[in-house]
Design a binder for this molecule. Structure first.
Ligand SMILES: [Zn+2]
Length: 564
């Protein structure tokens, strides 16, 4: 406690707060009392109350301890005995796509091809002339029969509206004939490196495009206008606040996205902290300015780059050592950024030399292996440093790579929701042996690998409680593995929450600023309706967010808990 008071005094001097002669220390702006506080701070695991001045936590302790910080202007939130956690920090999102998706046609829960087509047709009718029908996140594995769609399904319903709707993992999309025609994709168009034009028996495009082949169409889709982008970000911020997500790490944003974040920061409307990692193909820009990892302020940082090693398991483009069990001639695809490999190596070397953080999407076991090799080469070339290089997704590990992963201090940025989603069918594609090292969160932790948790929103839902549920139960969405798919890979609730707060904070070089409820740190907190540490884990996904606090301000109020 003594240490806190010293810390608070320093803080007081810095902030030049007014202090009355009768007071021994500055008064709190906000006190949250009667909470079950899980601090995430090993030196003080549990507490009842938190005091906040401006955007920082100044005291954590019993109700009585924290009461000593009360002044005449102090606001109070009575937590009613509910669980208070550090705010969730989602280490991998696509924030603008997520915000835009909230307005796009919703296809993910369609259970039949006809329903998929009907929704697209309906949306096309209400879409102004010249605009596209986009997004969708369809998932043909939920249909009977589970066949990927073709343009014939939607053409009759969309004669005048270009359509390019993406599969939920974002590595495949379906164009209608109008969109394909506008893009000039015909039977004669070659597959680009790192991409596939799906074709029928006669060689004609079916409308489905995989990975780099999607760019044929994406490059003719008009970019979001500034107004559309601003709208998408505002939707995303409100969505994050409602779910207790106080920080996000935004993977491959466009620069125009960062400009919108910056605009909202200036107007005081940025209510989620953002660390943005633009594409590694644009490494020259940040390197030229001399920006290094985690450059910026508490609400907006840049200084990382995001690259792609391979595709996804769902579209059979994740890069494996051995072929897929259900596609004996296919073992996946390296991304176009990896062809040739020297292209990726040069960009990574440049990024590392500039002090930028590397975040690389790698899903298949060989894709992950190659990235670990490149990271090894970088460390050799530039010497040991606190680089916190990351691999995003880390879905399918080769047995030989766990130790190397840990020794290189690479961060595994993982999304447990994918495990309960892909777990429905992954074993058919990769077989039992490889599936046993799929989403192998426990094995990674046991080897000493640091985890950062996230969702990959808009690929998966942003709701952190669904992700906690997924990591703790590994119960696949189809209900077929109620005791967990590869249950030996389950995490405990504490491990999951720690990886989602401290783990993610560490992954963005912010573990001294956030990730635990500790005096001196940013006051980013979430109040939950249930104690997720003690309830039946199957109920975690039903838990509600009562309040979300970012920098000492309530940004979401679920209406429970008294404030005065
Ligand atoms: Zn992603």
């Amino acid at each position: 406690m003594k240490k806190n008071r010293i810390g608070a005094t320093v803080f007081f001097v810095i902030c030049s707060l007014q202090i009355s002669p009768a007071q021994s220390k500055p008064a709190a702006d906000l006190i949250i009392s009667n909470a079950k506080v899980w601090t995430g701070d090993k030196s003080r695991a549990a507490a009842q109350a938190v005091a906040i001045i401006r955007d920082r936590i100044v005291a954590v302790g019993s109700n009585a301890d924290v009461e000593a910080w009360r002044g005449s202007e102090t606001h109070t939130i009575d937590a009613g005995g509910n669980l208070l956690l550090p705010g969730f920090n989602d280490a991998h999102v696509h924030f603008v796509s997520g915000g835009a998706q909230l307005d796009n046609v919703q296809l993910n829960d369609a259970t039949r091809a006809e329903e998929f087509a009907r929704r697209i047709g309906k949306r096309a009718k209400s879409t102004p002339k010249g605009e596209w029908v986009l997004g969708g996140d369809w998932d043909e594995t939920k249909w009977t029969p589970a066949q990927p769609p073709t343009k014939e399904l939607i053409d009759p319903l969309t004669p005048d509206t270009p359509v390019f709707v993406s599969r939920y993992a974002g590595h495949m999309a379906l164009a209608n004939s109008l969109a394909l025609g506008m893009a000039g994709v015909t039977a004669k168009t070659p597959d680009p490196p790192g991409g596939t034009i799906v074709r029928d028996a006669q060689g004609n495009p079916t409308g489905a495009l995989k990975d780099a082949a999607m760019d044929y169409v994406y490059k003719i889709v008009p970019p979001l206008s500034h107004e559309q982008r601003l709208h998408a970000v505002k939707r995303a911020l409100a969505h994050a606040a409602s779910l207790g997500v106080t920080s996000v790490q935004d993977m491959n944003p466009e620069y125009a996205d960062i400009a919108v974040y910056s605009e909202l920061l200036q107007s005081g409307e940025l209510t989620t902290r953002i660390y943005a990692a633009p594409l590694i193909t644009q490494v020259d820009d940040q390197a030229k300015i001399g920006i290094r990892h985690a450059f910026g302020g508490s609400f907006l940082r840049i200084g990382a780059v995001k690259g792609y090693a391979d595709g996804s398991l769902g579209s059979a483009t994740a890069y494996f050592f051995q072929p897929f069990n259900d596609q004996p001639n296919n073992h996946g695809l390296l991304s176009d950024e990896m062809q040739p490999l020297s292209l990726m190596r040069d960009r990574m070397m440049k990024a590392d030399a500039a002090g930028l953080q590397l975040c690389t999407h790698a899903i298949g076991d060989q894709g992950i292996s190659i990235i670990l090799e490149l990271y090894t080469e970088i460390a050799k070339a530039h010497g040991e440093a606190d680089r916190r290089s990351r691999i995003e997704h880390v879905q399918h590990m080769a047995a030989k790579d766990f130790d190397r992963f840990a020794q290189l201090h690479v961060i595994a940025s993982v999304q447990p929701y994918h495990a309960i989603d892909d777990g429905r069918w992954a074993e058919k594609r990769v077989g039992h042996d490889r599936a046993s090292r799929t989403y192998a969160f426990r094995t990674l932790l046991d080897h000493g690998v640091r985890l950062a948790l996230g969702t990959d929103w808009n690929v998966a839902p942003l709701n952190p409680l669904l992700t906690v549920y997924a990591a703790v139960t590994r119960a696949t969405l189809d209900g077929k593995n109620p005791n967990g798919w590869f249950p030996e890979q389950k995490l405990t609730v504490s491990e999951t929450v720690e990886a989602y707060t401290m783990g993610s904070a560490y992954a963005e070089f912010q573990e001294k600023e956030k990730g635990s409820i500790t005096p001196g740190k940013l006051a980013d907190l979430v109040l939950l309706s249930e104690d997720i540490f003690t309830i039946d884990p199957t109920n975690i996904r039903e838990v509600k967010v009562l309040k979300t606090i970012v920098g000492g301000k309530v940004v979401w109020d679920g209406g429970v808990g008294t404030s005065h």
